[in-house]
Design a protein around this ligand. Structure first.
Ligand code: P5A
Length: 442
């Protein structure tokens, strides 16, 4: 992508409304545009990152055996009357009427809709286990939308829903999602700690929040320092092996970790002073086991191997991709801007032409651009007539992992410079070496 043809509305000044660094940097880097209270448009740079985050989530959900669907945002109130949540949910739910005066709502979550699907089609235990997920917009009329996309009213959620014959099956499904979440967040360069959590309006008796430690986090959390060095399960993890998965969950739930609402002072006191981490945290995922909370009132049952009817045992599993984009920035930035982990970077390389119009710079940039893109790299080519200082500032602000800098003096000597955004290290290389560095053999 040529920057001259991209839409990157960079802000020079710090936006006054932004209280935390991720909100400030997302606005300054032209990633999002606020459209109303707690409501944002995703501009091209932001959308690229959001898509990369969603891709990782999808890959890990699919790996763990979940199947992608897509459910509507606008739901019928009648379904929610069946589960009993229409009255319980309170003011966070946006209630709407259609032209026939029917009560509708903008989904804050989808337990009812997905249970209706399962009730309609799944009749036998042989059709289980089943885990259906989608990545869809939600609306919650939050009391205090704040911090940009971190706590917005309209936000993206990956929500998965598992259905099993009994508790044992449901627990195995819960465990698979638990392990899948560990892998998902690690792939985004985040260290997420699962913590016992309150179940709130989703309900149930077993729940974990996945928390990123960050000073700007909204939750107070407590955990054993051991979590900071636990090994995250690798790509070869066998999601078909319930025992292996349960073992991983055991390892990740044995040391103490809890959010404020579930904090147990007695257990905490038993930890040595040096092992205690008491910090602020950002909740990026939340998983629930709730058994027959929805299947029973809504009549979602299957015939078991015993020939009898069983209400399916369920759980739901949420990740906030839009919040994650902000959380990644909270965890990875410096004074000059964002530092994207490679897996979610909007582009892999920022190719900077220091003197557009100089025949040699233009030629070398053109060649490198084709070579890098040919090697499968996403490249943002700064071919604008901005001055070099401005180009460097933009490249640092938008945080691409690598900058490849092409200037007239270097080019005359057959050399270019590369800069690693994270370490700040610069290296001068012959052009052919630079190609090789990014997998583009001359
Ligand atoms: C689990 C999936 C649920 O709604 N039902 C379906 C369950 N859980 S949750 O904890 O309430 O939300 C799941 C994740 O969504 C993100 N999230 C938000 N992101 C941005 N702005 C918000 N206002 C917001 N509310 C929730 C979080 O990442 C949360 O873990």
């Amino acid at each position: 992508m040529r920057l001259s043809q991209f839409f990157l509305p960079i802000l020079k000044e710090n936006p006054r409304e932004a209280e935390i660094v991720s909100h400030r940097l997302m606005l300054r880097a032209g990633m999002i545009r606020q459209q109303g209270q707690g409501s944002f448009s995703w501009l091209p740079l932001g959308k690229l990152v959001l898509d990369k985050v969603c891709r990782i989530i999808r890959e890990e959900q699919n790996r763990a055996g979940a199947l992608e669907i897509l459910m509507p945002t606008i739901q019928s109130a009648d379904l929610w009357r069946e589960s009993g949540r229409y009255d319980d949910y309170g003011k966070e739910m946006l209630r709407i009427k259609d032209r026939q005066d029917r009560d509708m709502l903008y989904g804050p979550t989808n337990e009812e809709v997905v249970t209706e699907i399962v009730r309609a089609y799944v009749k036998s235990y042989k059709d289980l286990p089943l885990n259906l997920y989608h990545i869809q917009w939600k609306f919650r009329d939050e009391v205090r939308p704040r911090f940009g996309v971190m706590r917005s009213r309209e936000f993206l959620m990956k929500d998965a829903y598992s259905f099993d014959l009994d508790f044992e099956g449901a627990k195995a499904a819960y465990n698979r999602m638990f392990v899948s979440y560990l892998r998902t967040f690690t792939r985004m360069g985040l260290q997420a700690i699962p913590m016992r959590a309150d179940t709130g309006p989703i309900g149930g008796d077993l729940s974990h929040e996945f928390i990123i430690l960050a000073d700007t986090g909204e939750s107070q959390v407590y955990c054993d320092r051991e979590y900071l060095s636990l090994q995250v399960p690798g790509e070869k993890t066998d999601f078909g092996n319930d025992v292996e998965i349960a073992d991983i969950v055991k390892t990740w739930t044995t040391p103490y970790a809890a959010t404020d609402e579930m904090h147990d002072e007695a257990a905490w006191d038993k930890l040595g002073e040096a092992d205690r981490v008491s910090a602020r945290g950002i909740e990026v995922g939340h998983i629930f086991h709730f058994g027959d909370k929805y299947s029973k009132p809504m009549g979602a049952k299957v015939t078991g191997p015993d020939g009898k009817d069983h209400f399916v045992s369920g759980g739901s599993y949420g990740i906030g991709p839009s919040r994650l984009v902000a959380a990644i920035i909270e965890a990875s930035h410096d004074d000059n801007g964002i530092i994207w982990p490679e897996a979610v970077a909007p582009f892999d390389i920022g190719l900077i032409n220091m003197k557009v119009g100089d025949a040699d710079c233009d030629r070398v940039c053109g060649e490198l651009y084709s070579a890098f893109t040919g090697a499968g790299k996403d490249v943002l080519y700064d071919d604008t007539d901005q001055r070099p200082g401005g180009k460097f500032a933009t490249a640092d602000l938008i945080g691409l992992p690598w900058q490849v800098i092409v200037g007239p003096r270097g080019v005359a000597a057959g050399e270019i410079e590369i800069k690693n955004r994270r370490t700040g290290e610069r290296e001068t290389l012959p052009v052919t070496e630079a190609r090789k560095r990014f997998g583009a053999i001359a």
